[in-house]
Design a protein around this ligand. Structure first.
Ligand code: NDP
Length: 246
């Protein structure tokens, strides 16, 4: 692990990503948030990061657009001279049963969740490697492990993220870079807005701990995998789901 502490979080403007950014800042990381839309309260977000004595860099861009990704990494390299942690968190859902799913619903989800993760890794790994090592954490989902009705696109993208994580872990271990995935269960965020109430109830009833997860539950797991406490863990998928998958 590098002793420098500079992290980039995709989709860090809200939801789980925002909590990951705040938690990593608490743990002493300068933070770059790379998000499609910077949040309306971006001053508050910057203030929250900076209150930990860390720097906050906000970059608007799209993980699906390789030029935008490359520009973000170049901006980070220019500003900080390196990068130690990459958290691929940006994600979308477009749920529909397979036989009614449109081409766009399929390709949007695969594009952001899987291709976006690939493009970020491809651009960031040389910079992380240059600094002597670091960590990558890719946010997948328990539905990438078990599947879910209405989510052939989402589950395929998240299963792909898990395969990417394990393959990349093998490719970069020799450069002192760990690559892991956090697979959340049912976590209260905006992404659930389109989920029907009966499905939310079902998800809750599956959860052994009897509650939905909080964004902080996921953020703490990510922060652990980015810390030296996890230095011997790579290629792993850590479920953060209150026992929903068991
Ligand atoms: P949210 O919808 O709350 O936040 C998603 C973030 O990703 C937003 O900031 C969004 O930006 C950003 N984003 C979306 N597309 C792009 C893009 N093309 N380029 C850059 N940024 C983008 O979702 P969550 O916080 O709930 O989800 C975070 C991750 O956790 C996702 O990967 C999701 O699949 C995963 N997850 C979530 C679960 C849950 O129950 N909440 C369960 C399992 C996994 P914008 O504001 O512009 O839309």
């Amino acid at each position: 692990m590098s002793s420098e502490r500079r992290a980039l979080v995709t989709g860090g403007g809200r939801g789980i990503g925002r909590s990951v950014a705040a938690t990593l800042a608490r743990d002493g990381f300068d933070i770059c948030i790379f998000d499609r839309t910077l949040p309306g309260d971006k001053e508050l977000l910057v203030e929250e990061i900076e209150s930990n004595g860390r720097e906050c860099l906000l970059i608007a861009g799209d993980v699906c657009d390789s030029e935008s990704v490359q520009n973000a990494i170049e901006t980070v390299a220019g500003r900080w001279g390196g990068l130690d942690v990459l958290v691929n968190n940006a994600g979308v859902v477009r749920d529909r049963v397979c036989w009614k799913m449109s081409d766009d619903e399929w390709s949007d989800v695969l594009g952001v969740n899987l291709t976006g993760t690939f493009q970020m890794c491809r651009a960031a790994i040389p910079l992380i490697r240059q600094g002597g090592g670091g960590s990558v954490v890719n946010i997948s989902s328990i539905n990438g492990l078990r599947g879910k009705l209405g989510q052939v696109n989402y589950a395929a993208s998240k299963a792909g993220v898990i395969g990417l994580t394990k393959s990349l872990a093998k490719e970069v271990a020799g450069f002192n870079i760990t690559v892991n995935s956090v697979a959340p269960g049912y976590i209260e965020t905006d992404i659930l807005a389109s989920m029907p109430e009966d499905m939310k109830k079902q998800a809750l009833s599956e959860t052994l701990l009897g509650r939905a997860g909080d964004v902080k539950d996921v953020a703490e797991a990510v922060a652990f995998l980015c810390s030296s406490r996890a230095r011997f863990i790579t290629g792993e998928v850590l479920k953060v789901d209150g026992g929903q998958y068991v």
